[in-house]
Write a protein that binds this ligand. Structure first.
Ligand code: IMP
Ligand code: MG
Length: 181
Protein backbone atom coordinates (compact mmCIF):
# COMPACT_ATOMS: atom_id res chain seq x y z
CA UNK A 1 0.00 0.00 0.00
CA UNK A 2 1.52 3.29 -1.12
CA UNK A 3 -1.04 5.46 0.69
CA UNK A 4 -3.40 4.93 3.59
CA UNK A 5 -6.34 6.98 4.77
CA UNK A 6 -6.86 7.23 8.52
CA UNK A 7 -9.90 9.22 9.55
CA UNK A 8 -9.56 12.66 7.90
CA UNK A 9 -5.96 12.35 6.76
CA UNK A 10 -3.98 10.69 3.99
CA UNK A 11 -0.54 9.25 4.70
CA UNK A 12 2.12 8.11 2.27
CA UNK A 13 4.56 5.20 2.61
CA UNK A 14 8.02 6.37 3.72
CA UNK A 15 9.65 3.63 5.71
CA UNK A 16 9.06 0.03 4.71
CA UNK A 17 8.94 -2.97 6.96
CA UNK A 18 12.22 -4.19 5.39
CA UNK A 19 13.89 -0.84 6.16
CA UNK A 20 12.66 -0.99 9.72
CA UNK A 21 13.93 -4.53 10.22
CA UNK A 22 17.39 -3.72 8.88
CA UNK A 23 17.65 -0.66 11.13
CA UNK A 24 16.69 -2.84 14.09
CA UNK A 25 19.41 -5.35 13.08
CA UNK A 26 22.04 -2.60 13.32
CA UNK A 27 20.66 -1.18 16.55
CA UNK A 28 20.44 -4.63 18.19
CA UNK A 29 24.00 -5.52 17.27
CA UNK A 30 25.24 -2.32 18.95
CA UNK A 31 23.30 -3.17 22.09
CA UNK A 32 24.56 -6.77 22.00
CA UNK A 33 28.11 -5.48 21.74
CA UNK A 34 27.82 -2.79 24.44
CA UNK A 35 25.80 -4.63 27.06
CA UNK A 36 26.96 -8.23 26.75
CA UNK A 37 28.82 -8.11 30.06
CA UNK A 38 26.13 -6.34 32.08
CA UNK A 39 24.30 -8.54 34.57
CA UNK A 40 20.70 -9.02 33.44
CA UNK A 41 19.77 -5.57 32.15
CA UNK A 42 16.11 -4.59 32.25
CA UNK A 43 14.44 -3.34 29.08
CA UNK A 44 11.53 -1.02 29.84
CA UNK A 45 9.11 -0.77 26.95
CA UNK A 46 6.95 2.35 26.99
CA UNK A 47 3.39 1.52 26.00
CA UNK A 48 1.48 1.82 23.80
CA UNK A 49 3.65 2.86 20.89
CA UNK A 50 6.67 0.64 21.54
CA UNK A 51 5.03 -2.77 21.48
CA UNK A 52 6.06 -3.78 17.93
CA UNK A 53 9.58 -2.38 18.17
CA UNK A 54 10.06 -4.09 21.53
CA UNK A 55 9.07 -7.49 20.11
CA UNK A 56 11.39 -7.18 17.12
CA UNK A 57 14.29 -5.76 19.14
CA UNK A 58 14.11 -8.29 21.98
CA UNK A 59 14.17 -11.25 19.55
CA UNK A 60 17.65 -10.08 18.54
CA UNK A 61 19.10 -9.61 22.02
CA UNK A 62 21.68 -12.30 22.73
CA UNK A 63 22.35 -11.94 26.46
CA UNK A 64 20.14 -12.74 29.48
CA UNK A 65 17.78 -9.84 30.06
CA UNK A 66 14.37 -8.94 31.42
CA UNK A 67 11.64 -6.94 29.76
CA UNK A 68 8.80 -5.06 31.36
CA UNK A 69 6.04 -2.89 29.92
CA UNK A 70 5.21 0.41 31.55
CA UNK A 71 3.19 3.55 31.03
CA UNK A 72 3.79 7.07 32.17
CA UNK A 73 0.59 8.70 33.37
CA UNK A 74 0.36 12.42 34.08
CA UNK A 75 -2.39 13.79 36.32
CA UNK A 76 -3.13 16.98 38.21
CA UNK A 77 -2.04 16.76 41.86
CA UNK A 78 -2.72 19.37 44.53
CA UNK A 79 -1.92 23.00 43.78
CA UNK A 80 1.44 22.59 45.50
CA UNK A 81 2.43 19.48 43.54
CA UNK A 82 1.10 20.56 40.13
CA UNK A 83 1.24 17.90 37.43
CA UNK A 84 2.25 14.53 38.87
CA UNK A 85 3.87 11.83 36.79
CA UNK A 86 3.37 8.25 37.75
CA UNK A 87 5.02 5.12 36.43
CA UNK A 88 2.43 2.41 35.96
CA UNK A 89 3.34 -1.27 35.70
CA UNK A 90 6.88 -1.31 37.05
CA UNK A 91 7.01 -4.34 39.37
CA UNK A 92 10.75 -5.02 39.21
CA UNK A 93 13.25 -3.33 41.48
CA UNK A 94 15.63 -1.29 39.34
CA UNK A 95 18.00 -0.34 42.14
CA UNK A 96 21.58 -0.86 41.03
CA UNK A 97 20.53 -2.17 37.62
CA UNK A 98 21.11 -1.09 34.05
CA UNK A 99 17.80 -0.03 32.53
CA UNK A 100 17.22 0.48 28.82
CA UNK A 101 14.13 2.51 27.96
CA UNK A 102 12.55 1.36 24.69
CA UNK A 103 10.65 4.11 22.87
CA UNK A 104 8.95 4.07 19.50
CA UNK A 105 9.85 7.70 18.85
CA UNK A 106 11.62 10.55 20.60
CA UNK A 107 10.22 13.88 19.45
CA UNK A 108 10.54 16.87 21.82
CA UNK A 109 11.94 14.63 24.53
CA UNK A 110 9.37 15.71 27.14
CA UNK A 111 8.22 12.14 27.75
CA UNK A 112 11.81 11.00 28.13
CA UNK A 113 12.60 13.80 30.62
CA UNK A 114 9.68 12.75 32.84
CA UNK A 115 10.60 9.09 32.59
CA UNK A 116 14.20 9.79 33.57
CA UNK A 117 13.07 11.77 36.59
CA UNK A 118 10.75 9.02 37.78
CA UNK A 119 13.24 6.22 37.14
CA UNK A 120 16.13 8.05 38.77
CA UNK A 121 14.18 8.20 42.05
CA UNK A 122 14.52 4.40 42.13
CA UNK A 123 18.34 4.49 42.04
CA UNK A 124 19.23 2.45 38.94
CA UNK A 125 22.95 2.01 38.15
CA UNK A 126 22.43 3.41 34.66
CA UNK A 127 19.60 4.50 32.39
CA UNK A 128 19.99 4.14 28.64
CA UNK A 129 17.56 4.79 25.84
CA UNK A 130 16.85 2.94 22.62
CA UNK A 131 14.40 4.47 20.18
CA UNK A 132 13.40 3.31 16.74
CA UNK A 133 12.82 6.87 15.53
CA UNK A 134 14.28 10.21 16.53
CA UNK A 135 13.40 13.74 15.45
CA UNK A 136 16.68 15.63 16.08
CA UNK A 137 15.28 19.02 14.97
CA UNK A 138 12.54 18.77 17.57
CA UNK A 139 14.53 17.31 20.48
CA UNK A 140 14.99 19.61 23.48
CA UNK A 141 15.89 17.01 26.09
CA UNK A 142 19.03 17.01 28.21
CA UNK A 143 19.83 13.32 27.96
CA UNK A 144 21.79 11.57 25.26
CA UNK A 145 19.71 9.18 23.18
CA UNK A 146 22.01 6.15 23.16
CA UNK A 147 20.55 4.02 20.39
CA UNK A 148 18.62 5.36 17.39
CA UNK A 149 17.16 3.26 14.57
CA UNK A 150 16.60 6.21 12.25
CA UNK A 151 16.67 10.00 12.51
CA UNK A 152 13.71 11.52 10.71
CA UNK A 153 12.43 15.00 9.80
CA UNK A 154 9.81 16.80 11.88
CA UNK A 155 6.85 15.18 10.12
CA UNK A 156 3.94 13.35 11.66
CA UNK A 157 4.12 9.61 11.05
CA UNK A 158 2.00 6.52 11.76
CA UNK A 159 2.34 2.75 11.67
CA UNK A 160 4.50 0.10 13.32
CA UNK A 161 3.07 0.98 16.74
CA UNK A 162 2.64 4.70 16.15
CA UNK A 163 -0.88 6.06 16.00
CA UNK A 164 -2.96 8.91 14.69
CA UNK A 165 -5.73 9.46 17.21
CA UNK A 166 -5.60 5.82 18.31
CA UNK A 167 -5.49 4.18 14.89
CA UNK A 168 -2.74 3.00 12.55
CA UNK A 169 -0.65 1.13 15.12
CA UNK A 170 -1.21 -2.19 13.33
CA UNK A 171 0.38 -1.10 10.04
CA UNK A 172 3.64 -3.02 9.40
CA UNK A 173 5.18 -0.07 7.50
CA UNK A 174 5.53 3.59 8.48
CA UNK A 175 3.65 6.37 6.69
CA UNK A 176 4.05 10.16 6.72
CA UNK A 177 1.20 12.64 6.82
CA UNK A 178 0.60 13.84 3.26
CA UNK A 179 -2.64 15.79 3.33
CA UNK A 180 -5.84 16.64 5.10
CA UNK A 181 -8.92 15.27 3.32
P1 IMP B 1 7.89 13.66 22.98
O1 IMP B 1 7.50 13.67 24.43
O2 IMP B 1 7.59 14.97 22.31
O3 IMP B 1 9.33 13.22 22.74
O4 IMP B 1 6.96 12.66 22.22
C1 IMP B 1 6.89 11.37 22.58
C2 IMP B 1 5.57 10.73 22.22
O5 IMP B 1 4.77 11.50 21.31
C3 IMP B 1 5.88 9.47 21.51
O6 IMP B 1 6.10 8.41 22.41
C4 IMP B 1 4.66 9.27 20.65
O7 IMP B 1 3.67 8.61 21.40
C5 IMP B 1 4.20 10.67 20.33
N1 IMP B 1 4.67 11.10 18.99
C6 IMP B 1 5.68 11.94 18.71
N2 IMP B 1 5.82 12.11 17.39
C7 IMP B 1 4.88 11.33 16.81
C8 IMP B 1 4.53 11.06 15.43
O8 IMP B 1 5.10 11.56 14.45
N3 IMP B 1 3.50 10.18 15.24
C9 IMP B 1 2.82 9.59 16.27
N4 IMP B 1 3.13 9.81 17.57
C10 IMP B 1 4.15 10.68 17.83
MG1 MG C 1 4.86 6.63 22.75
Amino acid sequence: MKNVILKDKEFTLTYTSDDIQSDIDVLASKINHDLKNVTVPLFLSILNGSFMFTADLLKRIQFPCEVSFIKLASYQGTSSTGVVNELIGLQESIEGRTVIIIEDIVDTGHTLEKLYTELQKKNPAKIMIATLLYKPDSYKGSHKVDYVGKSIPNDFIVGYGLDYDGIGRNLPDIYTLARQL
